[in-house]
Design a protein around this ligand. Structure first.
Ligand code: SF4
Length: 327
């Protein structure tokens, strides 16, 4: 069956595929841009109201000093980026940020900690934060590093709705980006999270010097997980001075848009999040991302430690495009 006949009818029937080959995904990337956008927009409409955008706010609850060596990350203790290691925030401080996020229109509050994996005492504190944020009427999300099945079960019991753990890139390119944990470690954590009944938020980063085949390999891996991640963040690398990727070649914004479109087509029912990198993205590129099926953004002036567009600018852009926050 040709790809032309393969993609659209399956999406129309809302059958979720988990058997994408890298060649099929590469063929989607290679479609003429208008055709790719058209297909992605069709799939988007079949599964979502395309005028709605889910809004999440991300707070760094424990910044810096991370022992891992992710080559893009300013929070790694292995790079001199000027990010200072801080202690875990207090419960009160986190709840006050969560209240502000809710008042600003966020429906989900994500808490990120720069850990390889949480220690038991830290997990007690995070569980209390999850309970508190949930009690404010917000959806909860956390990203804390690798989890055991017991830790995932505890987070679920405290009311955690989503856990973020990205695959970052393709299995083949992964070794060029991270050496302190394996791809399989990541897949194992995703299993623990899914088995605990927590929604999975999992995506990756593009613009890290990878090739098109790696972007295709990453999307194929995500789409072939046993269950598609409910949320798929696609990040554009933010080049941070002091990290090994500070001087990597910039990705063409249209290649970023293509990545969003291919994620939308291969994971039709997932929320695809336009994540890091928006600060440097033109309004036109962001508009193309929404056309390509992105239907979530991070909102607020900071994404962990890197800048993000100011709230007013975001609201003005959504307004200009006739988009509205998802309830
Ligand atoms: S991405 Fe996460 S795990 Fe990797 S260095 Fe940064 S904080 Fe640590």
């Amino acid at each position: 069956m040709s790809l032309a006949h393969d993609t659209a009818p399956r999406a129309a029937a809302n059958l979720l595929r988990h058997d994408w080959t890298s060649a099929e995904v590469r063929a989607l990337f290679a479609l003429p841009f208008p055709e790719l956008m058209f297909r992605a927009a069709l799939v988007h409409r079949e599964n979502f109201d395309p005028s709605e955008v889910q809004i999440s706010t991300l707070l760094s609850i424990k910044t810096g000093g991370c022992p891992e060596d992710c080559a893009y990350c300013p929070q790694s203790a292995q790079y001199d980026t000027g990010v200072k290691a801080e202690k875990l925030m207090s419960l009160d401080a986190v709840l006050s940020e969560a209240r502000a996020a809710k008042a600003g229109g966020a429906s989900r509050f994500c808490m990120g900690a720069a850990w390889r994996s949480p220690k038991e005492r830290d997990l007690d504190s995070v569980c209390a934060m999850v309970e508190g944020v949930k009690a404010l009427g917000l959806e909860t999300c956390a990203t804390l590093g690798m989890l055991t099945s017991e830790q995932a079960a505890r987070l679920k019991a405290s009311g955690l709705d989503y856990y973020n753990h990205n695959l970052d890139t393709s299995p083949e390119y992964y070794g060029a980006i991270i050496t302190t944990r394996t791809y399989q470690d990541r897949l194992d954590t995703l299993d623990q999270v899914r088995n605990a009944g927590i929604h999975v938020c999992c995506g990756g980063i593009v613009g890290m010097g990878e090739g098109l085949e790696d972007r295709a390999g990453m999307i194929a891996t995500l789409a072939n997980l046993p269950v598609h991640p409910e949320s798929v963040p696609i990040n554009m690398l933010v080049q941070v001075e002091g990290t090994p990727l500070a001087a990597s070649a910039k990705l063409d914004p249209l290649d970023f848009v293509r990545t969003i479109a291919v994620a939308r087509i291969t994971m039709p029912a997932s929320v695809v999040r336009l994540s890091a990198g928006r600060e440097d993205m033109s309004e036109e590129t962001q508009a193309l991302c929404f056309l390509a099926g992105a239907n979530s953004i991070f909102y607020g002036p900071k994404l962990l430690t890197t800048p993000n567009p100011e709230r007013d600018r975001d609201m003005a852009l959504l307004d200009k495009l006739g988009l509205r926050p998802m309830a």
